[in-house]
Ligand binder design. Structure first.
Ligand code: SAH
Length: 411
């Protein structure tokens, strides 16, 4: 097997079980590993530290599959990893296939929260680069790295066997693949599908998802619990949902008794699905307004028009994928949070999020605090939020904690 040996002292992060080997830590590559091929990883003292996937085009030159020198990386290895991830979801009350899922029931009298679950969350499930989301009976696979691409066919076969799903759609079209030198792929990987648009259920509400053209794998499953929370806080409120995508927070808010919901997004396709999602749930369309536009511009316009709301949701896209873009991103977050605080009535709630890996929870809270200060208002945090339970964070991989959110109450 090809090998990589590390420079002296560069094994420290691996001994803490952090799975990334950066190019600068590598002393020698022995043999000629292909893109994504498994390599032995050795310390400068030639201790075998485990096995990794080799990514020659990436700064993250190798990602550890296993820290156990006795473990070989083969079909059975991936079967064990997939089973462990599925068992973890079961333990959380989120049923993997092939458990009966109609109508969203696990066992006797226990109602599952959803039929759509992240089954595999990459590094945090010890499968770097691999994302697998289940939408009902269909799996959507996203491979982000050379290693997960190398094993793609094996992974697809195993996923069908282990979950009982009948189809896998591949959404390996994320921009980060460019850093790995991998081409973009979007298409059916296994089985047949009569349609790429179908409904999922969460907390009893239905959402049409487009797995072919939707963002990520089609839906922001990570926000499930936070959407539900928003629903429980929405009664009687005039809600402004910024960066609404297909209306996830809007549907929950209306179902929770919001007086009105105005949803803003720059994508007309997302808004069209959002409208459908209101009628899919039999909710009053006359209480839901949709606005296509740039939130930065819309919030300013609303401020100039003296508009006000009782609940504002800010769930923007990633402004800072890495720490290097954090400063510019911080200005963006501050700008929209400041404007939102101004538009909020006293007693109003701001649900504000950041999914930027480059901005940690502490920094995000500081940004929101300085936005409140500059808006000249008093606000307190009444709840902190994070990604839902099917997006775990391995303790050895803090980078897995990307989503942070605060519910702020304006005094
Ligand atoms: N809250 C949503 C997910 C939001 S994803 C949910 O729970 O499903 C972020 C959304 O922001 C995307 O739909 C994207 O189209 C939109 N977006 C990105 N930049 C924008 C901008 N400047 N103005 C308005 N919408 C924007």
């Amino acid at each position: 097997m090809p090998q990589i040996t590390l420079k002296p002292d560069r094994e420290k992060s691996l001994l803490r079980r952090h799975p990334w080997v950066f190019s600068g830590a590598i002393d020698k590559v022995i043999g000629s590993p292909q893109t994504g091929e498994t390599v032995d990883v050795l310390s400068a003292r030639r201790e075998l530290l485990g096995r990794a996937a080799y990514s020659p085009a990436s700064q993250i030159r190798a990602r550890m599959w296993s820290f156990n020198p006795k473990e070989t990386v083969d079909v059975d290895f991936f079967r064990r990893r997939i089973r462990a991830a599925l068992q973890n979801r079961s333990a959380l009350g989120l049923a993997p296939l092939p458990q009966p899922i109609s109508p969203w029931k696990i066992g006797e009298g226990v109602k599952a929260v959803t039929d759509s679950v992240r089954l595999i969350h990459a590094e945090s499930d010890q499968l770097p680069g691999l994302i697998v989301d289940r939408y009902g009976e269909t799996l959507v696979l996203q491979s982000l790295t050379a290693g997960s691409d190398f094993w793609r066919e094996t992974l697809a076969d195993l996923l069908l066997e282990e979950t009982g799903a009948t189809a896998i759609y591949e959404r390996s079209d994320a921009d980060v693949r460019e850093l790995e030198g991998l081409p973009s792929r979007n298409g059916l990987l296994r089985g047949n599908l009569s349609s790429f648009v179908f409904p999922l259920t969460e907390y009893g509400l239905k959402f049409n998802v487009n797995i072919e053209t939707g963002h990520k794998t089609g839906f922001y499953l990570d926000q499930r619990a936070n959407r539900h929370l928003a629903g429980t806080l929405a009664l009687g409120r005039d809600v402004l949902n910024c960066f609404c995508y297909t209306g996830g927070f809007s549907v929950h808010a209306l179902a929770g008794g919001a007086k009105s919901v105005l949803s803003v997004d720059s994508s007309s396709d997302a808004l069209a699905l959002g409208r459908e999602n209101i009628s899919l749930n039999g909710l009053p369309a006359d209480r839901a307004d949709w606005l296509e536009g740039d939130v930065f511009f819309v919030l300013r316009k609303f401020r100039d028009e003296n508009r006000s709301f009782d609940m504002i949701i800010l769930d923007p896209p990633k402004f800072a994928p890495t720490a290097a873009q954090a400063e510019k991103a911080a200005r963006g977050y501050k700008d929209i949070n400041l404007l939102a605080f101004k538009l909020l009535r006293p007693g109003g709630l701001l649900l504000t999020f950041s999914c930027s890996g480059g901005i940690d929870a502490g920094l995000f809270q500081k940004i929101v605090a300085s936005a409140a200060l500059d808006a000249g208002i008093d606000a307190k945090i009444v709840r902190s939020m994070t990604q839902d339970v099917d997006h775990p964070v391995a303790l050895n991989f803090p980078e897995g904690a990307y989503l942070k959110g605060l519910v702020c109450l304006k005094g």
